[in-house]
Design a protein around this ligand. Structure first.
Ligand code: WTA
Length: 654
């Protein structure tokens, strides 16, 4: 944690408290905030039990709250039973049947409004179709869909019958899809003929076929939603069109009442090995974190229109699109397409058209749109927006201020939300009616979340702005339950230190004099490219799988738009190209990595060398590679290197 010394941090003095009007009307006001914190401190389990009773509809009420007898395997509300779709849909039908649940807009402008009643009908029909195809409670179903309402219907349809879904982002390649299908042992894939992005068709069915050709023995059937209507082959006996599968199915489907701990979904995310891990979430605990943060952090009220721009392939698209806002009875916007079609004003046009009141996106999108100039947002009426949010990476103050001034017109609070695939829901974030924002800080932990920054021994760091490990000190309902099929990895990754007592987030952080959290970066070999997690090992494994590559090492370096970009050092099996640069081969390897993982993993730069900087014991010195990628002077001691000369070559000086 050598980067974490106090001298290197920028201290932000500016504070942005909410307006009086916002504060007076917020779901959580100052008095509620104080009361919630006090309740959680006085009686932690009682606090969570109250929230779970208050926010969720139970089929069988729970009597147990937290079971920590088998730590770090925690159970919450374990003897209770519920159904997630009942909570997201059915319970709203009494008074919100005609309320719009989903507003959809496609890239070419096609728009659909889906009411809660229609959503109920479609989810139930789809759930019945799943049953007809032999899917039962506990079976795994992979969803590889474009960002259409049917992606949400597929997820909810699985939850209706207790099937465990695993959404794979449509930008991942056939190979990545196959790995996830096989790891999950999925019986079915739900996909589409294609999706649309940037005016082009994303060939989802072709990728699914390719994944199957590579061997997915557990798959029995494939449901294909017709979106693009271009010609695709259907394999008889295996593939069935969505519209045929739901044809004639009843719009009634008794929900499967599952135990609180029944797995709702798996979501694969990158870690420090070559293989992504299947993060397993529960039903009740996850849903509780999800609904609660939609209400508290996003201040979601009955007349709001909430647009979270994340794809359902990521955790943000689970908690703030497919589940949380619906559980809270809200209206969501779903957009399928690129933010720059037909121009960089598209997001703002959607805000104007659908009167979006809460807008949640990633810093990388904010920076990219900021770069296009103010004339795009200024063309549209953004007065419907009352709250803004960001997620995925630290936001730089410049982008924060632009978001605040040009999009929020200095009226709207910004919630900078820190959380992870593993935590299921926001953990550290301002409650917008109460906590003043500081640009670049995710501010304070939510009530009931015991976050802290600790040193190597697990002691709280009390000195302001001194960096350490970000940990969560008490179990919380929405946390992951295990890594699918690899419980040891769960234990080793998240509970390796501090006697297994604290959840280790994998981020370094500091707290300022006001106790505000500032995220400083990952402590493991995980990159954050455009707000997406990628393991360096994953990219390295993809590179060395190429026939021409003998060895590869990958590091991140700062990038104006993406936050972090990928720099790859490659040792070829053959001759090293002159000066270490070869455009043609670089393009070939970029395309190769795109095929192995997906476009987001393509290295931005590749340098070829005869070797990598290694210690005598053969360990690659990544610190040096990072220095070089960032164009920094190498000031550290390099005498432990076995091959010091290689540095000149890596720097392009030889
Ligand atoms: C980073 C995304 C700074 C962090 C929800 C974390 C953030 C990882 C923030 C999780 C934030 C997320 N400020 N960094 N507000 N939010 N991160 O699993 O490094 O895709 O560990 O979940 O993103 O990424 P994941």
């Amino acid at each position: 944690m050598s980067d974490n010394n106090i001298d290197s941090v920028l201290i932000e003095e500016r504070q942005f408290p909410p307006s009086k009007e916002f504060a007076d009307n917020a779901v959580i006001k100052k008095a509620d905030f104080d009361a919630l914190h006090k309740a959680a401190e006085d009686d932690y389990e009682g606090f969570w039990a109250d929230q779970a009773r208050d926010m969720l509809d139970w089929h069988t009420p729970f009597t147990e709250v937290l079971d920590d007898s088998n730590a770090p395997h925690f159970k919450w509300f374990a003897d209770g039973k519920l159904n997630v779709t009942h909570n997201c849909i059915d319970r709203h039908l009494a008074d919100k049947a005609d309320k719009t649940a989903i507003i959809f807009e496609g890239e070419n402008g096609d728009t659909r409004h889906i009411s809660y009643q229609q959503l109920s009908n479609e989810v139930n029909q789809f759930a019945n179709a799943l049953k007809a195809k032999g899917i039962k409670s506990g079976d795994r179903v992979v969803i590889y869909m474009p960002m259409t309402p049917e992606a949400v219907i597929a997820m909810q349809g699985c939850a209706r019958i207790g099937a465990i879904h695993s959404v794979v982002f449509g930008g991942f390649s056939a190979d990545s899809l196959r790995d996830r299908i096989n790891d999950a042992g999925a019986k079915m894939v739900i996909t589409a003929d294609g999706g649309t992005r940037g005016g082009k068709i994303v060939e989802l069915k072709a990728a699914t076929d390719k994944a199957m050709d590579g061997g997915c023995p557990s798959i029995e059937s494939v449901i294909v939603f017709q979106r693009t209507k271009h010609d695709i082959p259907m394999q008889s006996g295996r593939d069935i069109w969505w519209h045929d599968a739901v044809d004639g199915q009843s719009t009634d489907c008794e929900p499967e009442w599952v135990g609180s701990e029944h797995p709702l979904f798996l979501l694969y995310t990158s870690g420090s090995t070559g293989q992504p891990k299947g993060i397993q979430h529960s039903s009740a605990g996850y849903l509780l974190g999800s609904i609660l943060t939609n209400k508290w952090v996003f201040d979601l009220k009955d007349n709001d229109v909430f647009w979270c721009t994340a794809d359902v392939g990521w955790i943000t698209g689970h908690t703030y699109v497919a589940y949380g806002p619906l559980a809270a009875g809200g209206t969501i916007v779903i957009y399928e397409g690129a933010p720059t079609i037909p121009d960089a004003g598209r997001f703002w046009k959607i805000v104007e058209t659908h009167k979006v009141s809460i807008f949640y996106t990633a810093p990388t999108a904010i920076r990219a749109l900021m770069k296009q100039g103010d004339e795009f947002p200024n063309k549209y009426d953004l007065s419907s927006i009352r709250l803004l949010g960001t997620v995925g990476e630290p936001i730089n103050p410049e982008a924060w201020i632009w978001y605040h001034e040009v999009i929020g017109k200095e009226r709207c609070p910004i919630v900078d939300t820190w959380w992870q695939t593993e935590t299921g829901a926001n953990m550290i974030a301002p409650l917008p009616g109460v906590v003043a924002a500081k640009p670049g800080s995710c501010t304070l932990a939510l009530p009931g979340i015991d976050a802290d920054v600790v040193d190597e021994e697990g002691n709280s760091i009390t000195q302001a702005n001194k960096g350490g490990f970000l940990v969560i000190k008490k179990p919380f309902p929405s946390q992951l339950r295990t890594v699918w099929g690899d419980d040891q990895r769960y234990i080793d990754t998240y509970w390796p230190k501090f006697g297994g007592k604290y959840y280790l987030a994998g981020d370094s952080a500091r707290k300022d004099a006001d106790g505000y959290f500032w995220i400083m970066g990952r402590i493991d070999d995980v990159l954050n490219v455009s707000g997406h997690r990628l393991g360096t090992m994953e990219v390295e494994s993809a590179l060395v799988a190429h026939k021409g590559v003998a060895e590869a090492a990958v590091v991140g370096y700062p990038h104006e738009i993406k936050g972090e970009a990928i720099f790859a050092y490659v040792v070829l099996r053959g001759e090293r190209p002159d000066s270490g640069i070869d455009e043609e081969l670089t393009q070939e390897l970029r395309a190769w990595v795109g095929e192995q993982i997906g476009a987001i993993a393509k290295p931005d730069q590749i340098r070829f060398s005869d070797n990598l900087p290694k210690t005598r014991s053969g360990k690659i010195m990544r610190r040096l590679l990072r220095n070089i990628a960032r164009g920094e002077e190498i000031t550290s001691d390099t005498s432990t290197l076995e091959n010091e000369d290689i540095l000149l070559q890596l720097q392009g000086k030889a």
